[in-house]
Write a protein that binds this ligand. Structure first.
Ligand code: N5F
Length: 412
């Protein structure tokens, strides 16, 4: 009998596909490549010596604990650190409101596992983080899109979308991936009020919050919701997730979720089946560096480096890109979002760009309705300022060549 794996896979695998970012990473790992594709931190800012020192101390002082299985909820001192810090910022929570996850990507997957049935509708921003879609596709999610502009998710029309009964709203309020835009305070307040009115959970994905280059921090959605409810510990409808990936190291894979205790308990059950718990040793390292105040000081160094890289990219775009192309001006984070002239396909441009040894992520996979072919995402955190100038110049050459070919094909 002939055996075929494809006939053996479960139905849900039909909706599974490879992340466009992960696939590009394979190409851009080559040393002569300039990559604006993955959301990779700058390798120069990893605190290697401090991690080595913390790891040594942990192994010397609590080695057996570090190498042992741990609780699914996470390393207790780390959960206590999160709870104390958030309570200090006006979000009254206890350790029972905190689940440590294997990166915030796992938090997104676990959210899908507990909230999405096949055919469930999820309300996302347009565009949105493609790997969240990848996670929820596996659970059979379907999507409604809330349009976004330079101030983030638009509130006009949101109530109609909420009335359709989505399982949850997915929102990235700070330096959105991929748009680079930030949700205004007024919109945050209105989103929180509307979600509460319609009894719809909001998943607030916030990995880039600490990477603010200009202006003041805005309140988290979960803080605004807690202020409206005035109850302790927090028991509302927002599920907040963030990560150590962007201010410490993505390789450690440590993130966390803050939510009502009931939601945390269900997420914890979901996590047990996935990986039992996040690596104990990695959580202990993250705790050491966070609780001593080192990470707060370190974040300032990262912010300075990324601000400079953003500015260099914006300046290069202004000189190298044709006038028919537009882009966002993010106040922080790692990405900006480019809109090409109508009719130009970013996937075609990527093929030309790869020949020039430069890469970005085409915009279509960040949309749920097949739109966005003429958009793309540029990461500015990973490459050095020299590489950014060089890479944008190469992209400009590829872009102008394609524009010229297009104009030849369709004479004005
Ligand atoms: O906490 P972690 O490292 O799991 O980060 C996941 C994550 C969750 N939510 C948002 C909005 C994110 O942007 C990320 C990380 N995204 C990066 C990106 O390029 O969009 C990293 C992906 C890198 C990769 O696939 O290797």
């Amino acid at each position: 009998m002939t055996f075929s794996w494809s006939e053996r896979f479960a139905e849900r695998t039909i909706h599974m596909s490879s992340s466009a970012i992960r696939e590009l990473l394979k190409i851009t790992e080559r040393p002569d490549f300039i990559s604006f594709a993955g959301g990779l931190p700058a390798p120069e800012v990893f605190p290697v010596a401090e991690v080595a020192e913390a790891a040594g101390r942990i192994l010397r002082e609590r080695g057996a604990q570090a190498l042992q299985y741990g609780a699914t909820e996470g390393y207790r001192p780390l959960r206590e650190w999160v709870a104390a810090r958030m309570t200090g910022e006006g979000l009254p929570i206890t350790t029972e409101n905190v689940l440590i996850t294997t990166g915030s990507q796992q938090a997104l997957d676990l959210v899908g596992k507990i909230l999405v049935d096949p055919g469930s509708q999820v309300l996302v921003e347009s565009p949105t983080y493609l790997a969240a879609l990848q996670a929820w596709n596996a659970y059979g999610a379907e999507y409604a899109q809330a349009p976004a502009d330079g101030d983030g998710m638009r509130i006009v029309g949101l109530e109609r979308l909420l009335r359709a009964g989505p399982r949850f709203v997915y929102c990235l309020p700070n330096f959105q991936n991929p748009g680079g835009v930030t949700l205004t305070r007024e919109r945050r307040e209105r989103l929180v009020a509307l979600a509460e009115k319609h009894g719809v959970p909001v998943v607030e994905d916030d990995p880039y919050r600490e990477l603010r280059f200009d202006g003041e921090h805005l309140p988290r959605l979960i803080q605004l919701d807690a202020a409206r409810r005035d109850e302790a510990p927090y028991a509302g409808n927002i599920i907040y997730t963030t990560t150590f990936s962007k201010i410490l190291s993505p390789g450690l894979r440590v993130g966390w979720v803050i939510a009502a205790r009931e939601a945390i308990a269900k997420l914890t059950q979901a996590k047990q089946g996935t990986d039992l718990h996040t690596p104990t040793f990695n959580q202990m390292i993250a705790y050491e560096l966070a609780s001593t105040g080192f990470l707060e000081r370190h974040a300032k160094i990262i912010v300075q480096a990324y601000r400079e890289r953003r500015d260099v990219m914006l300046a290069a775009l202004a000189t190298e890109f044709p006038a028919s192309v537009t882009w966002t001006h993010p106040q922080g984070g790692m990405f900006l979002w480019v809109t090409l002239p109508n009719g130009m396909d970013a996937a075609d441009l990527l093929r030309d760009a790869i020949e020039q040894k430069v890469a970005f992520v085409p915009g279509a996979p960040f949309h749920t309705d097949g739109s966005g072919a003429n958009t793309l995402r540029l990461n500015f955190s990973n490459a050095s300022t020299e590489m950014i100038s060089e890479g944008i110049q190469r992209l400009g050459v590829a872009l102008r060549a394609r524009l010229a070919r297009q104009e030849e094909a369709v004479p004005a």
